[in-house]
Design a protein around this ligand. Structure first.
Ligand SMILES: C[S@@+](CC[C@H](N)C(=O)[O-])C[C@H]1O[C@@H](n2cnc3c(N)ncnc32)[C@H](O)[C@@H]1O
Length: 350
């Protein structure tokens, strides 16, 4: 049974929840204290309920899921629902109770559950998570699905020989998930953050995908030459870059603003700083007909389309795809060749 996403982990704009009256403000929340350790023994279900109420009173988002995931993790399960009733209703040992208190107290400081339990699921993979490396969001699973569906449609993905570059790999979610689904794929992943490079390396080793993945510590904005030297022409360039507009950084949930690397989120004034560098390099990185698949802010597709038309001659905007909620979140671009020409795009135009 897989974990479902926590709202607190989404890249959420202007959606800070004010919470009920009298609870800790986002500034005072660090001073919120944990309830005292119970003198007697308690069951897993009682611990879940006690912490659910405490999180709720203190304004911690998704109080029930938070306490459920933490207690389930402690009992070596992914979800409470996957544990049998007997385990849930027998008493926790003293050590288990202390451990629940330790982890839930971290959540009380608004640390995302994914960092508290140090792992999370992305498609079929369970990945190690560590602050401040960006926690993969559910919409990025959609990006991976759309890449796979596109490849399947074009060439029968399972046996085609594809090569991929991912810019900004974070925990490695996108590259590792693609490698898992495409046994012939070889990938290069890079990130400006050493912590991200280390975590991707660790996840690749744990999943035994390291033989088909090269991982590099490179900044695509300051060292484009290094990016070009890392890989030959690739058929796929995938990225979930930092794309928030700087002014939106102020309205992030405390879970995001306090714990995740701001360099993974802030895309500059119009959210396009890193995106423009990636698209400028794309024609030199892609093989003929190679494609860029990118996750962006819903305001971005028309801006990107116009910017590419003016600034990157050898790249054509193919289409915009919607996410599961109907928002325009994914851009597909293709290396323009003499035969495709700059006008060959299709799909949802902006
Ligand atoms: C939104 S996170 C995405 C992480 C991962 N791909 C995912 O989807 O979970 C963006 C990533 O891009 C990296 N990044 C930001 N600026 C970069 C740059 N100039 N060059 C390379 N990587 C960059 C960040 O460190 C971060 O890991």
């Amino acid at each position: 049974m897989w974990r479902r996403s926590l709202r607190a982990a989404r890249r959420c704009l202007g959606c800070r929840s004010p919470g009920p009256q009298g609870m800790c403000s986002s500034h005072a929340v660090r001073t919120c204290s944990a309830p005292a350790l119970p003198a007697g023994r308690i069951t897993a279900l009682q611990a879940v309920e006690l912490w659910r109420r405490h999180f709720e009173e203190r304004g911690v988002t998704e109080p029930h899921l938070s306490s459920q995931y933490i207690v389930a993790h402690l009992l070596r399960a992914k979800t409470i629902q996957s544990l049998d009733q007997e385990r849930l209703t027998e008493f926790l040992s003293r050590e288990e109770t202390e451990q629940v208190w330790k982890l839930c107290t971290r959540r009380l400081s608004r640390m995302p559950v994914q960092y508290v339990i140090e792992e999370w699921d992305f498609r079929e993979l369970t990945l190690k998570m560590r602050p401040p490396v960006f926690i993969p969001r559910p919409e990025t699973e959609e990006l991976v699905e759309l890449v796979l569906a596109d490849l399947q449609r074009k060439s029968g993905a399972a046996d085609a020989q594809h090569t991929c570059l991912e810019v900004g790999c974070g925990s490695g979610a996108i590259s590792l998930s693609l490698l898992k689904s495409l046994p012939q794929l070889k990938a290069v992943a890079l990130d400006q953050s050493q912590a991200a490079v280390d975590l991707t390396t660790e996840n690749a080793l744990r999943l035994r995908l390291q033989d088909r993945l090269q991982i590099h510590h490179v900044d695509v904005m300051t060292d484009p030459e290094a990016v070009l030297s890392l890989c030959g022409p690739v058929s796929l360039l995938v990225s979930n870059p930092p794309y928030l507009f700087s002014e939106d950084m102020a309205s992030l949930e405390p879970e995001v603003s306090r714990f995740e690397d701001h360099a993974a989120l802030d895309g500059g004034e119009d959210g396009l700083n890193v995106i423009k560098h990636i698209l400028t390099l794309a024609p030199q990185i892609l093989s003929d007909h190679g494609r860029v698949y990118m996750e962006v802010d819903p305001r971005h597709p028309p801006l990107i389309r116009r910017w590419v038309e003016v600034n990157v001659e050898e790249l054509q905007y193919v289409e915009t795809r919607l996410d599961i909620t109907g928002r325009p979140r994914f851009c597909i671009l293709q290396k323009a060749t003499a035969e495709t020409g700059p006008q060959a795009g299709s799909g949802l135009r902006n």
